[in-house]
Design a protein around this ligand. Sequence first.
Ligand code: SF4
Ligand code: MG
Length: 322
Amino acid sequence: MALLDVRNLRVYYRTPVGYVRAVDGVSFEVGEGEVFGVAGESGCGKSTLVHSLILRKPPMEYKGGSAIFKGRDLMSLPRDELRKIQYSELSIIPQYAMNALNPTKRIKDIVWDLAREHGYADRREVEELLRERLSMVKLSPRVADMYPVELSGGMRQRATMVVSTLLNPDLLIADEITSALDVTTQRVVIELLHHFMQEGIVKSIIFVTHDLALLRQIADRVMVMYAGKVVEIGPMEEVLENPAHPYTQLLLNSLPRMGVHYKRERLSGIPGYPISLLNPPKGCRFYTRCPFAMEDCRDVEPKLVKVGRDHYAACHLLGGES
Ligand code: SF4
Ligand code: MG
């Protein structure tokens, strides 16, 4: 059984002029022991998707579907239940991890507040665990006594990773955590995530990024999103070798040669901008930018079809069987 099973999830933003359909019928599973990549340009809904699993607050609104995590639907769990499983079962390293820690508290106080909320009673034990984890990420145990502002950006990033994983969450979500980092620091972060998996600190990871070259270093499978929809999903290497969807193909073409990291979120290789998600067209949402667009594409929504082993893509060029 999958650790997380998301079915036809819809999460919109309410605005004065209507709903922005940021996540519009997304389905996927994350298995135990798996690193699942979510890729796509800025604004494709990837951040909204993962944040909706943890905390939904206005203007974000749940509009349908389910997200079954360890047998419970995250979409119908009461707020206090969601709080209880946060950090201990499901945890997120936020996009701006460097600035995520409360600046007015020492690292050990941040961690103690968190642990106490989850039923831990022995402060010494928690601080010992903290020091252990700090050295695991190659930070001095003295960092426990410091305030976030006393740490450099890279150190703060690692401290945030320690805080997010201290209570051994089954599923760790990493949302664009590497986009502000230089290549060397990116590599360190990826290695740490590998390490967390190997040590059994986390069971599975959802790694969100616009950077497919980086994703290749960590993900077992990848889901490519475009304008609130899944356009392709499959094993990482298979999708890189045989991308089936025109958008994935263009994304890959816009990557520089391997080893050189791509930092900008806007893709120079794909002309035009994504469509507005306020009143998206009923057909293919890539229609306005697709070099292969046909008559049908504007009005008929392409469904995901099987294109290989565990590999699916949604495009009329690929036929209609689902
Ligand atoms: Fe392009 Fe049509 Fe395929 Fe959409 S369905 S990606 S517009 S060919
Ligand atoms: Mg984002």
